[in-house]
Write a new protein. Structure first.
Length: 192
């Protein structure tokens, strides 16, 4: 009986200790109007840059662990110079084929502090092709709000089967190619 009582007390203490140490993840909803996604593409004769609009997303923080998923509205891709011709081409089958693939998705699968920076790893899906990417970022918290801001990082469009004037798919382009790598810089503002 004494052993049963000690065992019961030990179980009760373990349960209370576990409950006290458990933190519930805090959920945040992305504020699409305050969030930004900037892109920049390169070719031998120059570059083009612009924006894409975040459609929706959520971010969860559990201590230092961060998870979340975000949907990007590919129909909103804009050229900073306002070129309707370029925007139409980017939306066409040559690039993002928005008539079929209206959105892209990023899902955070892990984070790690490295060299004083938060490295975010996740699965990026463009045109139904999913690849794991990692990029350095910073996170700031305050007043029921979290902002996740990436450094500029590169995505290889050839990984997502975007072939137009790509040296990965065509070897006779000479100087008429478009670089496979393009820049992204993301700032996600999320609120409780």
């Amino acid at each position: 009986m004494k052993i049963t009582r000690i065992f019961t007390i030990a179980i009760a203490l373990l349960t209370v200790s576990t409950a006290l140490n458990a933190q519930e993840a805090t959920s945040f909803k992305a504020d699409a109007a305050s969030s930004t996604i900037n892109w920049k593409g390169y070719k031998p004769t120059g570059s083009h840059e612009g924006t894409i609009v975040l459609q929706s997303g959520d971010l969860k923080m559990d201590g230092d662990a961060i998870t979340g998923s975000f949907i990007v509205d590919m129909t909103t891709i804009k050229d900073a110079d306002g070129s309707a011709k370029l925007e139409g081409h980017l939306k066409s089958k040559d690039f993002f084929e928005i008539e079929v693939f209206t959105t892209s998705k990023f899902e955070i699968t892990g984070t790690e502090m490295k060299d004083g920076k938060l490295h975010v790893t996740g699965n990026l899906t463009i045109k139904d092709v999913t690849k794991e990417i990692t990029f350095p970022s910073a996170i700031s918290k305050g007043d029921g709000m979290v902002t996740l801001t990436s450094e500029t990082f590169q995505i290889n469009r050839a990984d997502y089967k975007i072939q137009y004037k790509s040296k990965s798919f065509f070897n006779n382009l000479k100087e008429k190619f478009i670089n496979d790598e393009f820049d992204l810089q993301v700032s996600i503002v999320a609120k409780k």
